[in-house]
Design a protein around this ligand. Structure first.
Ligand SMILES: Nc1ncnc2c1ncn2[C@@H]1O[C@H](COP(=O)(O)OP(=O)(O)OP(=O)(O)O)[C@@H](O)[C@H]1O
Ligand SMILES: [Mg+2]
Length: 457
């Protein structure tokens, strides 16, 4: 949270009643210099530990681990730290991002990237094909992608910046390569690691290392500098979720013992929305799990879209779960049916009779949708288990955004222990069951498999 002790000098000045006079007294070059001064703009948690103004006043560290939520300013902190180090002509700084694309479009050229930390006219020279940055002082930057751990071993360096360590493909491998010989060299070796956490052994070891200084921070610490779009698109979906404790508050979450799904399981098969090959999709369903009562505040109507690809794999596309009146959720489901050109809407009938269908038919264009009622004759666990098994076989793929709350429910649902029935999980189980597990559909899928060459998506 933003409190005076973690304000930047810029923010403290802006709250000073004399602010306008102070600013007016500055010459143009002085004002320009302030604008580009990291020490003036950084919050104490973003300043190199052991130096003036830093939140951490320990100087003899080797690793500075900045473990913070989305949008905290991790990348900017890493980039500005590199900029400070690079004032010394003798430094050779290794910079590692999760992918080659991240190296260029986030670390170097992104809005919080290194090149944007310098005013025009004094920017370092970046040579992407040589993976090289030449700083005005004479210091050298070497860029690497964590995708190729073997390539991390070669370069000699004096400092390093590792961005999003927990998002690297082979974090332990890549880390070991960076560490190879690291401590044997000069005593002023230091590295800054900026990342949101995941419960990975490499991160836990780094946190436990006696030469690590740790900065923790939340997304809200940087609220002043985040655009409304970033806030709505990135921060908002996590609010109130278990995953939000990790992604926004940087807590290290362990998987829940006994849960049917784990983050690792879901992440392992994740795909980008932009990588979906729509021509290979053979069936799309919208599934609905209605709230039992609209007055119960905690009850949501689970609505979502999932699709079957020719290969028999499932793609989970949209979670549209809402807390709305029957008229409103019917509109949402029909809109999704149309927008996604779905084959049908499926809805549960048990204690509410055929409420879902009646409700859909009453809505505008509801008479035009294809509908199938499904019956919860078997217990939730019995229905959820084969769906979880499909995930374990790598057959179900989540897209990379918009499913945070659904995944949260999936990873905290412990059969026989969880009391409340999770509404989002319910629509998902219905949808996947309809697409691949239901015997009627299984037959259809086999026929499709016979007719068409099966290829993995
Ligand atoms: N102290 C600061 N003063 C002004 N702007 C800042 C400060 N810290 C960060 N920012 C800006 O806030 C925005 C988000 O910062 P940044 O991209 O570094 O966050 P992040 O934690 O790396 O986010 P993500 O989780 O998306 O990787 C950027 O525009 C960055 O320049
Ligand atoms: Mg970042």
């Amino acid at each position: 949270m933003s409190t005076p002790e973690n304000y930047s000098l810029a923010k403290s000045l802006s709250l000073d009643p004399q602010c306008d006079q102070i600013l007016a007294s500055l010459s143009e070059p002085e004002a320009e210099a302030l604008l580009w001064s990291w020490r003036f703009n950084a919050r104490p948690a973003q300043i190199l530990p052991g130096t003036e103004g830093a939140a951490i006043q320990i100087a003899d560290w080797v690793f500075w681990l900045v473990l913070a939520g989305r949008g905290f300013g991790k990348t900017r902190t890493g980039a500005e730290t590199v900029r400070e180090w690079a004032a010394n002509p003798n430094e050779r700084i290794l910079m590692i991002a999760p992918t080659a694309d991240d190296v260029r479009s986030v670390m170097l050229e992104g809005p919080s990237g290194l090149l944007n930390c310098y005013p025009s006219g004094s920017k370092p020279q970046y040579n992407p094909s040589r993976h090289l940055v030449e700083f005005p002082s004479g210091a050298i930057g070497i860029t690497r992608s964590a995708e190729e751990p073997a390539r991390l071993r070669g370069p000699q360096f004096t400092k390093f910046w590792a961005d999003e360590l927990c998002a690297w493909n082979y974090p332990q491998d890549a880390w070991d390569q960076i560490m190879f010989g690291f401590r044997l060299k000069t005593p002023n070796l230091q590295g800054v690691i900026t990342t949101t956490p995941k419960p990975l052994p490499v991160l836990k070891a780094l946190m436990a290392d006696s030469s690590t200084v740790l900065t923790r921070g939340s997304s809200y610490d940087n609220r002043d500098n985040l655009s409304e779009v970033f806030y709505q698109k990135v921060i908002k979906p996590y609010e109130g979720t278990r995953l939000g404790r990790q992604e926004l508050n940087a807590e290290l979450l362990e998987d829940i013992q006994g849960a049917l799904w784990t983050r690792k399981l879901i992440d392992a098969a994740r795909i980008k929305r932009s990588d979906i090959r729509w021509e290979l999709i053979v069936r799309i369903v919208v599934a609905i799990d209605p709230a039992v009562s609209t007055t119960d505040e905690s009850d949501e109507t689970g609505i979502g879209v999932a699709m079957l690809a020719r290969s028999g794999h499932v793609i989970v596309l949209d979670d549209l779960t809402c807390r709305e009146s029957p008229g409103e959720w019917a509109k949402i489901a029909i809109a999704a049916y149309k927008a996604r050109r779905a084959d049908r809407i499926i809805g549960e009938v048990n204690n509410g009779g055929n409420l879902v269908e009646a409700n859909l038919r009453a809505a505008k264009d509801g008479d035009k949708v294809a509908f199938r009622a499904v019956h919860a004759s078997r217990g939730k666990f019995v229905r959820a288990e084969p769906v979880a098994a499909l995930y374990e076989r790598g057959m179900v793929h989540h897209v990379d955004s918009g499913l945070e709350k659904l995944e949260d429910q999936m990873c905290s649902y412990v059969p026989g222990v969880s009391r409340k029935s999770p509404d989002r999980l319910d629509w998902l189980v219905w949808a996947v069951t309809d697409l691949v597990i239901d015997p009627e559909i299984m037959t259809m899928q086999t026929q499709i498999g016979e007719m068409i060459q099966i290829s993995p998506i």
